[in-house]
Write a protein that binds this ligand. Structure first.
Ligand SMILES: [Zn+2]
Length: 464
């Protein structure tokens, strides 16, 4: 075993030991506190403060001190703090949204936090995913997040779930929680979480952030257990009431493809935590982002809210006669994968695909006219590129197809290239559809894209 493997194993063992000790510490510190909070109070033991307002007197000294800044708020108070200490929140996604959301929920004393993420930390995450540090690279994000949250508040219970949430495991996990925060980044998970929240009758606080914009709303709110509601029968819309069918996969962006400014998910994640706290302490739906969506535009730093349609009496998920009564295979329904990293399209036939080492061989030949077409966006192309490549961003390729075909016809060999080898196939296919058959054999796409180029040919090429 080389030194790196030895160190990695030792660190993994130490983390496991740390986790066990933190769990033991949590149990010792909180065993009696949670018992106190869940034991009904005898009337003669209740206390009254100076203003004559009754409070249960259940909070221990450390909790009063620790949470005093929020207990001072009339909307929270001692009763609200007790609710927070008993609350159980499931956070799906330990990324740009899940990190800030869980920091504030842990800080506020939410009794149990579950955090789900299948992925491991990589260096591209750290500019916005504030629970992960350089030392956490290649560690499970759920574990890394849990560890940081425990160091922020050792009085709460944090459970990491290092798995891909899907229809086989979601119900079992979510049944232990009272609220779900959707901090995910893909469409199948959004539909999964929506149907889960409707079936469990718990709200879904849904956030999203991309490039310079963020969105936030609460789906599936039910008034029936909140005494402050005027209308106890009120139910807010679910995600399917507003978006009955999934968007086409090509219409959906992602942070890894389109980029995101770090503070954008920071803002939205913090507001997800705020809505969760308000919900837990008992705000009525008019004060929560129910039937309304907050839109944050980081370009001109403006917030606005738009009204959403009310609950749809015909909704497939939340109507009185739903057609969706069990969780589905959401990747099939949404025609896309929940794990973006695994997305591996097979559009071109094998004869139109080439391997990185073969491309390197072609690039070394000087007797051939070779055209290397990079279809990534202009900022990506400016960030890093293979020498000699020309940039035809895929989103603009339709407008210049004729010119491009003319150039290709003049060359002996043409290779389309992108980051991972999916867009390059789409672009090559557009050309193959219109170019004469005599030219089709010289058109290739680089299998695995620049990631594969970096792995097999040029280790110095940045992987992002
Ligand atoms: Zn609905």
């Amino acid at each position: 075993m080389d030194r790196v493997s030895v160190l990695e194993q030792e660190i993994a063992d130490l983390r496991k030991m740390l986790h066990e000790k933190e769990t033991e510490l949590y149990q010792i510190k909180n065993g009696w506190v949670m018992r106190q909070l869940t034991t009904p109070v005898e009337p003669e033991r209740q206390n009254y403060n100076n203003s004559g307002v009754q409070y249960s007197g259940n909070l221990p000294k450390w909790a009063i001190e620790r949470y005093s800044r929020q207990i001072l708020l009339p909307d929270i108070g001692v009763a609200g703090q007790e609710k927070l200490c008993k609350a159980r929140v499931l956070i799906v996604g330990a990324g740009g949204l899940g990190c800030p959301a869980s920091v504030y929920l842990a800080g506020s004393g939410v009794g149990e936090i579950g955090i789900v993420d299948y992925d491991t930390v990589d260096v591209t995450n750290i500019h916005r995913q504030i629970l992960h540090y350089e030392k956490d690279e290649h560690v499970s994000k759920a574990e890394s997040a849990a560890q940081t949250l425990r160091s922020i508040n050792s009085r709460i219970k944090v459970t990491p779930y290092s798995i891909q949430l899907d229809s086989t495991n979601a119900m079992q996990i979510a049944a232990n929680y009272d609220i779900i925060l959707d901090c995910s980044d893909n469409v199948p998970t959004r539909y999964l979480l929506n149907d889960l929240s409707v079936m469990l009758k718990i709200p879904l606080i849904s956030g999203s952030a991309l490039q310079m914009e963020g969105q936030l709303t609460i789906y599936g709110y039910r008034a029936n257990n909140n005494p402050k509601e005027m209308n106890g029968n009120y139910t807010g819309p679910c995600y399917r009431c507003v978006f009955p069918t999934p968007p086409p996969p090509e219409a959906v962006g992602s942070c890894s493809t389109n980029g995101v400014a770090g503070p954008i998910p920071g803002v939205i994640g913090a507001l997800q935590a705020l809505e969760a706290i308000k919900y837990i302490v008992g705000h009525s739906h008019s004060g929560l982002l129910v039937e309304r969506m907050l839109l944050f535009d980081g370009d001109d730093t403006t917030f606005r809210t738009v009204k959403l349609r009310p609950r749809n009496s015909e909704c497939a998920a939340c109507s009185d006669t739903p057609s969706i009564c069990q969780l589905l295979d959401y990747e099939t329904v949404c025609k896309t994968q929940a794990k973006e990293k695994d997305l591996d399209l097979h559009i071109l036939p094998p004869e139109n695909r080439t391997l990185p080492t073969d491309l390197a061989g072609v690039l070394n030949k000087t007797d051939q006219r070779h055209l290397l077409i990079d279809v990534r966006s202009e900022p990506e192309f400016l960030m890093c590129r293979i020498d000699g490549a020309v940039n035809y961003p895929i989103e603009k390729i339709d407008g210049v197809l004729e010119k491009l075909v003319g150039e290709i016809e003049e060359c002996d060999q043409v290779t389309f290239i992108c980051r991972r080898g999916n867009d390059s196939q789409i672009a090559a296919k557009k050309v193959l559809d219109v170019i004469g058959e005599e030219h089709s054999r010289k058109i290739k796409d680089l299998t695995g894209g620049l990631h594969a180029w970096s792995k097999h040919v040029d280790r110095q090429f940045p992987v992002y």
